[in-house]
Design a protein around this ligand. Structure first.
Ligand code: GLP
Length: 251
């Protein structure tokens, strides 16, 4: 894994945006397949991509995109749905056609079937060229909570109590916080051709230490990425604060 420790979120966003720009330019008119994530971690990268679109003409017109996950029970227009999030923070501000952005349908009558169908749509698109990931404080990626199988595919998952607690701040009524999600699996994520994981703040330091210096274990799901040949990790000093090996700090 290639590790970049950056001074602040803006520097991290620029590095991540560079990777997106490279993949989009390499794909040309054939169009890149972008893997998008929600949460606060990717926001500086999305802001930088929007800036490059407006000021430098970076175009997403030929790209397609797939998101990682969606809450079961929320329709795509719910204010807290991940579909709404990705449209608001990126898609609606660049020239990526809305019809080229796929998210699991959290309001599907049968979420298990929707998960299988979503996995198939992703495969049919030829898989993801560049996937951006955040990381949960418990080491989850997408909604692959501790205990997730490394071979897992897109499926309905139960959220960990710590994730439900982390998410509660976004909902006025605690009883409205979703407890299940449709999430790409660790096996699905492993097939992305390139991955960039970004994290900031001391709350992520333990998860980042496990990812970069720990044993591969299903108790820290992000450690599954240790097997992937093309992973870039972009962290700030606080998220890097529990790294101890000098080779990780200077790779
Ligand atoms: C949610 C998402 C993850 C994301 C995580 C961290 O649980 N399912 O994909 O990485 O939150 O969020 P944040 O970036 O806001 O810390």
């Amino acid at each position: 894994m290639q590790v970049h420790i950056v001074p602040d979120a803006a520097a991290g966003g620029a590095l991540v945006a560079d990777l997106f720009e490279e993949v989009i330019r390499e794909a040309g008119e054939a169009g890149a397949v972008l893997g998008l994530a929600t949460g606060s971690s990717p926001l500086t990268a999305y802001a930088e991509l929007i800036r490059r679109h407006r000021e430098r003409g970076l175009s997403f017109a030929h790209s397609r995109a797939f998101t990682l996950d969606e809450y079961v029970g929320l329709s795509g227009d719910h204010p807290q749905s991940y579909r709404r999030f990705i449209h608001e923070h990126l898609v609606d501000q660049v020239d990526l056609p809305a019809s080229a952005v796929d998210t699991p349908d959290g309001a599907a009558a049968d979420p298990d079937l929707e998960a299988i169908a979503y996995e198939r749509r992703l495969q049919d698109a030829g898989g993801v060229d560049l996937q951006i990931l955040g990381i949960g404080s418990n080491g989850h990626i997408a909604f692959n909570e501790p205990g997730s199988d490394r071979a897992s595919r897109t499926r309905v998952v139960d959220l960990a109590p710590s994730t439900i607690a982390d998410n509660a701040r976004f909902f006025r009524d605690p009883s409205q916080v979703p407890v299940r999600a449709i999430s790409q699996g660790l096996g699905t994520l492993a097939e992305a051709r390139r991955i960039v994981l970004t994290a900031s703040g001391a709350g992520k330091a333990e998860a980042i230490a496990h990812l970069l210096e720990g044993e591969m274990t299903d108790q820290w799901p992000a450690t599954a990425l240790q097997q992937h040949p093309q992973v870039t990790v972009v962290v700030d000093e606080a998220a890097a604060s529990r790294l101890t090996r000098s080779d990780t700090r200077h790779s």
